[in-house]
Every structure is written in C-alpha cells, then in structure tokens.
Design a protein around this ligand. Structure first.
Ligand SMILES: Cc1cc2nc3c(=O)[nH]c(=O)nc-3n(C[C@H](O)[C@H](O)[C@H](O)COP(=O)(O)OP(=O)(O)OC[C@H]3O[C@@H](n4cnc5c(N)ncnc54)[C@H](O)[C@@H]3O)c2cc1C
Length: 384
C-alpha cells in the first residue's frame, strides 16, 4: 500500500493550484456571480494549459491521465474558488460518454474542441417527471430514415445556454421491458431546429452556471449522432456516473478545503476578549473536527479515483466518496461561517458562497439518498 501521490501527480496538483491562485480573483468571482456569467476567459486559459480534458487520450486533445489526476485539478480549482472551480470542472460535462462509447468521428468532432476551449458540453438526463428515477423517460427518439426525431423536455440541465452540444438520454423503445433497456444517448447540436433552451429561475448557488430547461420539438438528428449501440443509453449513463461522481466528490473536497483555509486564516487574525479566536479551545476543536472530516473525505475521493483508473468499476465506493465528501463540504462550510461570526454571513468573506455551492454536491448526479441506495444495494447483494 502506498498513500503517496506520484511526483507527476504532485506536479499536476501544484500547477493547478498555482493557476487558480494566479487567475481566480475574488473580485472577479463576485462580479461573475452577480452577473450570472460563466468564466469563459478563465476556461480558455485553463484549456491552453491542458487542464481541461487532461483525462482524454492525446489523439483527442488530452494528456492521457486518469480520473485521479482530473480530481486533483478539480479539488485545487474548487479550493481557490467554489464558483469558478465548479464551472471549469463541468465545462465538459458528460463528454466522457462520447469518450467511452462514441465513434472515432464523434470523439474527434466533439472532444478536441472542448480541450481547446472552443466548445462546452451538456448532459441532459433529468426530466420534470423523472429525476432520481430515469429508468423510464418521456423524451423519445424515433427513427425516421437516416435520422432520429426527438420530442420531449429535459430540466435542470447545466451549461444549457452556453453549450455547443448536449448528450441527450432518450427513450428509443417505449415498449422495452424493463423500460431502461430501451434508452439511447444522442448528440444534439446547438441551433438544431426545434431545440430550445430556457434558463430556469434563480438558484441557491452555482450562480455562474447556466441551469436550463431543454425542449425538443421534432428535432431531427442524423443517425451518426447516436452514441454507441442503440438501446444502451441507460447503461452508458450509469457507467458515466461511476466517473462523474468522483468528480463531484472532488468538487466537494475542494470546497471543504477552501472553506477550512479561510476559517483558519480568519481565526488566526480575529481577536475577541483579548485573544485570537484560534486560541479558544472551542475554535481549536472546530478546526480539528473540520480537518479530520476533510482528510477522511480525501482518502475516499482519491481511492475512488485511483480505483477507477485501475479499471475496477465499484459503484459502491464511488457513491461512498460522493456521499461523504458532499456532507463534509456542507458541514465544514457551515462551521467556517460560524467561525467568521457575522462576517461569515457577508458575501465578501466567501464562506457563505462556499456553503451555498457545497449544497448542490449532495443533490446533482444522484442525491445523498440515491448514493445510500447504491451502497446498501451492493452490501446486500441487490441485483439491478
Ligand atoms: C443546479 C443543478 C444542476 C443540475 N445539472 C444537471 C445536469 O447537467 N444534467 C442533468 O441531467 N440533471 C442535472 N440536475 C438534476 C439533478 O441531477 C436532479 O435534481 C437530481 O438527480 C434529483 O432529481 P429531482 O430533483 O427530480 O428529485 P427527486 O428525484 O424528485 O427526489 C426528491 C427527493 O426524494 C428522494 N428520493 C427519490 N427517490 C428516492 C428513493 N428511491 N429512495 C430514497 N429517496 C428518494 C431524493 O433523494 C430527494 O431527496 C441538476 C440539478 C441542479 C439543482
């Protein structure tokens, strides 16, 4: 057993951290939040330095690294700024479905522009009536000659307004038994006639991201846009979650660490009753608890990433990492606000934003309850 990151991995971690220190400015972040703007210029720079799609093979613009290396980058970015960090980590959301199951032509057409900062992707699985349960979908894709005709509505889709394309999970056989055996993923490009994107209302956090409803009204998609074999979509998405949930866990880990960093610094500087906050044993215990929670989460996140890179698919471990890291991020950010007192409630001190951004990591890509179902299912040997 070796708990040490390799020197190459440490170098990636250092490079990501120094990029974030140099580029993620606090004032810029607050401005982007206020204006609900995605940090496109920073994304472009991150792409130029090879941070985005580092886990794609070189022929598709990446560097051939794995989920663990990608997690180190996501953690470092979210540690410096929860908002910008999450945006950069989801700029290529669900593109791994193309990476794993797509044709050569699809990989070249869609992945390379992502790594150059010329394209952003979206993954459209959730529907108004099908959230945690996507085993049946109302969005249908029906074959018509050399095309598919898509009809339906997806909701809560990240990046919708700015994405160049979306990977859309559709019901391609409504009569399949069980129903999830009749689903497929199709790529829909921005601007396709009948494809409309509407921004949803204000949300608690992730204010730089676009969260949208996507509607499909007789959208014609060429058969080449089907990803992998017909009727394998549900399985593709589940396999994708094994990777993407590690990424969400890495977001949560970075957010937790970032909130902790700020709390520690504040406690060292602020004086009350003639002593620094950090000298009160209560504060010390809070910091000790927070650091211990973060270290526990880190062990799980790195192990889940490493495990995936070894080719071992273990949804139980991935769900554990996501569930624990998400909870830790929320609890640590909450305690960081407490340590800041009234200042923690104010936008400029950032920890309230870290708290709001942490909260989503317990909801998207499977809620905490769904992660528990996966873990319990594996423990009791439940099939399906
Ligand atoms: C900001 C944001 C960004 C998002 N981005 C995307 C995206 O890019 N693409 C995408 O496809 N989706 C996205 N989502 C959707 C997200 O994945 C869903 O909101 C999430 O999966 C939960 O679905 P739901 O909201 O319909 O809740 P529901 O499924 O209705 O769940 C409601 C509650 O019931 C619980 N529950 C449901 N089923 C069970 C069960 N079997 N056992 C125990 N408890 C259960 C849930 O845990 C939850 O607490 C995003 C959501 C948000 C808020």
């Amino acid at each position: 057993m070796d708990f040490e990151l390799s020197s190459e991995q440490k170098e990636i971690q250092r490079a990501a951290s120094s990029f974030a220190q140099g580029e993620f400015d606090r004032e810029v972040a607050l401005e982007l939040e206020r204006n609900h703007q995605f940090p496109l210029a920073i994304l472009k720079k991150a792409c130029n330095l090879g941070f985005i799609g580092i886990h794609y093979p070189q022929e598709y613009g990446g560097q051939g690294y794995g989920v663990l290396e990608n997690s180190l980058i996501v953690e470092a970015f979210c540690r410096k700024d929860s908002g910008i960090g999450v945006c950069l980590s989801i700029a290529n959301f669900s593109s791994e479905i193309i990476l794993r199951f797509g044709s050569e032509a699809q990989k070249k057409r869609y992945l390379i522009p992502i790594t150059r900062g010329e394209a952003i992707s979206a993954g459209a699985f959730t529907e108004p009536d099908h959230g945690s349960d996507i085993t049946f979908l109302n969005t249908s894709a029906v074959r018509e000659g050399s095309h598919y005709l898509i009809n339906g509505t997806k909701t809560f889709i990240s990046n919708g307004r700015i994405a160049n394309f979306a990977i859309v999970l559709c019901q391609t056989d409504p009569l399949a038994k069980p129903t999830y055996r009749g689903q497929s993923t199709l790529i829909v490009e921005k601007g396709a006639p009948g494809f409309d994107v509407t921004e949803l209302g204000e949300k608690m956090g992730l204010k730089m991201t676009s969260t949208t409803e996507m509607s499909f009204d007789q959208v014609r998609v060429p058969e080449e846009n089907l990803v992998g074999p017909l009727h394998r979509g549900f399985y593709q998405v589940l396999e994708f979650f094994d990777e993407s949930r590690v990424m969400v866990a890495a977001q949560a880990l970075g957010i937790a660490q970032g909130a902790f960093d700020r709390a520690l610094e504040y406690a060292k500087g602020r004086e009350q009753f003639g002593q620094k906050l950090v000298e009160f044993q209560v504060t010390q215990h809070k910091l000790a608890d927070m650091a211990t929670q973060i270290e526990g989460a880190r062990c799980l996140v790195y192990k889940a990433g490493w495990n995936f890179d070894q080719g071992r698919i273990d949804p139980k471990l991935t769900s554990m990492a996501k569930m624990v890291a998400g909870r830790v991020a929320v609890e640590v950010a909450q305690e960081a606000i407490q340590i800041h007192g009234g200042y923690g409630y104010m936008l400029e001190y950032e920890v309230e934003r870290f708290y709001r951004d942490a909260r989503i990591t317990e909801i998207y890509e499977g809620t905490r309850e769904i992660q528990k179902n996966t873990i319990a299912g594996a423990l009791i040997g439940k099939k399906g």
